[in-house]
Design a protein around this ligand. Structure first.
Ligand code: HXC
Length: 257
């Protein structure tokens, strides 16, 4: 399917969505969010895809929500359009989503990366929430996700100063999985995606669900959910295949059943 603001392509079992508005450093207008959500949902529903990557250009993952579309907006319009609620659909994706980030990941662009399950960053990446400099605050999870992942202390500095942090600093703060030389972020994300896509899909799906619950619920409720999902996987053919293949010293052939 052809999109106006994003490119969608596959590389074997990997679905790759590239934000493509270079003239505005991939600023996120509602159409871009709608299209990238649609493209990722299509990959999520495709049995041939095991893992997804969201990326931008070398200069910018995304420099934030499109300021030209917000400058004259009032609260009633923002509320009526409720564009940011569409972002919540990304949280419902079952398959792992890797952000491959180079250059600017600012404002909504940083929040978009934080919504992904893993982040691979190039050394040039900058992560920040500059909203305060515009007289607003993050509106798509920035205050919450920075605080939950990096902690309250780091989150305060990020959202109160609006100044970005480097890829290396973002990794130290725990929001980035891997930092690689400039130009290597997409290849590294593909490597990681290929590894995940080679694992049995049902186990991957429930593993993602269980880890995500760790941020939503109490420890005892999370442990309970984990145990139930663990038991559930004993009903899958992939569990039988995975364990038999190990004992028979051969590669497993997973079917996603
Ligand atoms: C609209 C943007 C944009 C944005 C950049 N551009 N960011 N347009 N919305 N968020 C446009 C510029 O106007 C410019 O257009 C072109 O992209 C290139 O940008 P420059 O500023 O010329 O590049 P540079 O000097 O390299 O500076 C890069 C930058 C700067 C540091 C990233 O562009 C910048 O500060 N951008 C805004 C970042 C920001 O505040 N993001 C948060 C937005 S609020 P022209 O036509 O001049 O070439 C937000 C709220 C989220 O995200 C709420 C929930 C979703």
């Amino acid at each position: 399917m052809a999109y106006e603001f994003v490119l969608a392509e596959t590389d074997g079992p990997i679905g790759i969505v590239t934000i493509n508005r270079p003239a505005v450093l991939n600023a996120l207008n509602p159409g871009t969010i709608a299209e990238l959500t649609e493209a990722l949902e299509a990959f999520d529903a495709d049995d041939a895809i095991g893992c997804m990557i969201l990326t931008g250009s070398e200069r910018a993952f995304a420099a934030g929500a499109d300021i030209t579309q917000m400058v004259d907006a009032g609260p009633v319009e923002v509320l009526r359009d409720d564009n940011f609620s569409r972002w919540a659909r990304l949280r419902a994706l079952h398959k792992p989503l890797i952000a491959a980030v180079s250059g600017y990941a600012l404002g909504g662009g940083c929040e978009l990366a934080l919504m992904c399950d893993l982040i691979v960053a190039s050394e040039s990446a900058q992560f920040g929430q500059p909203e305060v400099k515009l007289g607003i605050i993050p509106g798509a999870g920035g205050t919450q996700r920075w605080a939950r992942v990096a902690g309250r202390t780091a989150a305060m500095e990020i959202v109160l100063t609006g100044d970005p942090v480097s890829a290396v600093e973002a990794q130290r703060l725990g929001i980035v999985n891997r930092v690689v030389p400039v130009g290597a972020h997409l290849d590294e994300a593909r490597r990681l995606a290929r590894t995940i896509a080679s694992r049995p899909p049902l186990a991957v799906r429930l593993a993602k669900e269980a880890v995500n619950q760790a941020q939503e619920t109490s420890l005892s409720a999370g442990l309970e959910l984990e145990r139930k999902l663990f038991y559930l996987l004993f009903a899958s053919e992939d569990k039988r295949e995975g364990m038999r293949a190990f004992l028979e010293k051969r590669p497993a052939r997973f079917q996603g059943r």
